[in-house]
Ligand binder design. Sequence first.
Ligand SMILES: [Zn+2]
Length: 652
Amino acid sequence: MTPRRLFAAALLLLAACRKPEPPPPPPVSILLVTLDTTRADAVTAEVAPAFNALARTARRFDYAYCAVPQTLPSHTSMLTGLYPGGHGLHENGRILSPKQPLLAEKLHAAGYRTAAFVSAFALARRFGLARGFDVYDDAVPEPRQERSARDTTDRALAFLGKTPEPAFLWVHYYEPHFPYEPPEPYRTRFAANPYLGEVAAMDEQLGRLVAAWKQRFGTNAAVIVAGDHGEGLGDHGEQQHGNLMYQSTMRVPLLVAGPGFSAGVEQTPISTRRIYDIALGWAHIAAPPATTEVVAAEAMKPFLDYGWQPQVMAVDGRMKAILAGRVEVYDVVADPKEAHDLGANASLSRAARATLREYPVPSLDAAASAEPPNVSDEERRKLAALGYVASTAKPVVRANAPRPADMTHLFAVEDEAAGLFVREQYAKAVPLLVRILREDPYNLDAALRLGTCYSMLGRDADAVSAYEKARSIAPQSQDVRQYLGLHYARGPQWQKAVPLLEGVVAEAPDRVAALEGLAAVREKQGRAADAVALRQRINALRTPSSAELVHLGELAMRAGNTAAAIDAFEKANSDHELELGVLYLAAGRYDDARNALDKVPPAHPGYPMALFKRAQVAVLLREPDAPARIEAARAHASPLTRELIARERLFR
Ligand SMILES: [Zn+2]
């Protein structure tokens, strides 16, 4: 025996002597409930009895922090285990990289049945979190683009009733998000504080869901309840969330009930990104996370949209630091309202300082690659209607950029201007945007919006000067060139749009808005074949409407592209039998032509043409009634078809 074999044999012997290990417990079913816009201090016993009932059997984290105070990136951190600096998604309206592994994918691969029920467009399938879910229910009704907790719970319970074990169920509730309009009886009970009324209405549904979950899976079931971010409610000058990093928006409720988490209260800070690791631990896929670490977070929206200072947070124990141009330090246990900035000299740990220093601020290139190439104008409007302005502006890093905390006087103006803009009330938005630019002259978002307002109002010279202002702020920006190009494409100077839009499309071949502008310009140039190719690219990036398909079909007919025209009309989903009949005939598909033309009704304005084409098909197919069909075409001829019939050789 070689030494190596001897060693192996010894190991085998050793293994045989040991007692057989007990089999690992079966993987538990996991329920993740996320509470949108819920402050940690909102879930009191009076407002949230269901939350507090669950808390009695769970580990309750008093200092849980979201990774970013915005819905989509915060949930992305919970479902990837990474801060936005790691997964690359910093704002709503962007799309997660398809390469980024997700919790549901891992659980699904481990044999879990997976389902998600979300309540807002901000988490719609298209943004990239649906991967790994057998069911991803994001059907949110118009026009609010949100679904009530009651409806979402009904759907989740229907799924629960028939799912096998183990299951991973993610349910997202949206109630507390602005506007605050709780249903009765909460509207009356919380008339003085409708925000809390929304939290209470949501909590009632949380109670229903958790009770059904426990009934379905009994003891072999784990539950996590987490806020995705809080709400300013006026603290530090912020009404909603996303612009600042104080406790009102960063500190969230977090309950963990399951193996390894005894009931009680935990004071150690934790990031909600750790939900990913906790769930993988329960599924025996990965070891549970370390319990103590410096918790980081970011809030980059003001940086990415307005060019203000990037913001990073680090929490070590009771000390919390915010870096935004300069460092603020707070003892959040002694000073939960963060009223006393201890300043840069405070006893902040080395690890916390390193976290602030090393946290990756999104670079120009990274932000560009995270752009949503195929969010259409319509979807951007939907997002903005929720209070989310997903601009595609690239960040512009400048030395003396303002700190977001010093710009709170503009938050409300920004929100109001954005709201008017998406409701297309351009004349009302103009004075607000002018005011923003006067007080914040390097605000690219405001300059682009102002240019677009003027453009839509037909104020051509003002539009060009606003876009030129935007260009001076961000000379390299694709957005500036795209918006200016789209402005020119709408008006009499459309030739000026050509080089601008060509340049953008060459750099970013998937930008739908730029492709649409260029396609319109190509039509005006009489380049129908090029316009067809561009529209086909657009349709591959997003689902076209029936009207858009008909337009493409007509364009393709004009370009003599029979195959593209047939494809468009077949998908158009409406009555285009005459066009299809003509096209099938041109393509030599006589049987298809006959079937299509037979469906054209006598009331159709093109009925004489249909009869003429049908007679041609009858001759080509050698149908016995061809002579009768030629006669019918003659009898019902229009001036145009009479001439065509007279010249038709097939009829001789
Ligand atoms: Zn949210």
